[in-house]
Write a protein that binds this ligand. Structure first.
Ligand SMILES: Cc1cc2nc3c(=O)[nH]c(=O)nc-3n(C[C@H](O)[C@H](O)[C@H](O)COP(=O)(O)O)c2cc1C
Length: 169
């Protein structure tokens, strides 16, 4: 699991998902903001980690309809020519991708066509690198501004985590 969250201490949803996934066997969690607080990605280490994985989960809170900046930086640094594509070298070929994100806004802001736009870059990446885009899993209305909001968030993210675990099992 490639996890990006720059304010993890305050996280409800991504923290919940991380903790649940950590209980699964054979899951390696790579929390980019903890590994690389200065955004200096160790490309070789990341590429080796990817080579060992069967399924790569991108886990993140939606930031302006996109990914937190460290995740974009990680993708740009790690999916290099000669490793992920090109020169007959598709070293991630056949690996599966799951995109798993959380949102602050409610589900009405995320009809299917909007979700498709959000994951379009990941589907493009999968296609380009001969990987298999497995599925998209998401939960909405994640907020921590009140006890009621937190309670609702946990309910939403419980379902999310369960779907994710069912998928990887
Ligand atoms: C910089 C920034 C941008 C955000 N952009 C969006 C957005 O485009 N759509 C949305 O629904 N929520 C947006 N949010 C809310 C987060 O997605 C939400 O707080 C997060 O998914 C909650 O997960 P967490 O409990 O793990 O922090 C944004 C939050 C931040 C800090």
């Amino acid at each position: 699991m490639i996890l990006a969250h720059p304010d993890f201490e305050k996280s409800i949803a991504n923290k919940y998902i991380k903790n649940k996934l950590a209980q699964e066997s054979n899951v390696e969690i790579r929390h980019l903001n903890e590994l690389y607080p200065n955004h200096k990605i160790d490309v070789q280490t990341e590429q080796e980690a990817l080579k060992k994985a069967d399924i790569i989960i991108f886990q993140y809170p939606l930031f302006w309809y996109s990914v937190p900046s460290i995740l974009k930086e990680w993708i740009d640094s790690v999916f290099t020519y000669g490793f992920a594509f090109g020169k007959g070298n598709y070293q991630l070929k056949g690996k599966k991708i799951i995109v798993s994100f959380t949102t602050g806004s409610s589900s009405k802001d995320y009809p299917e066509d909007v979700v498709e736009k959000i994951v379009f870059p990941f589907k493009g990446l999968a296609n380009f690198c001969k990987m298999n885009y497995l599925t998209t899993i998401y939960s909405h209305e994640i907020a921590n501004y009140s006890d009621e909001a937190k309670e609702k968030s946990v309910k939403n993210v419980e379902i999310h985590a369960k779907k994710l675990i069912d998928e990887i099992r």
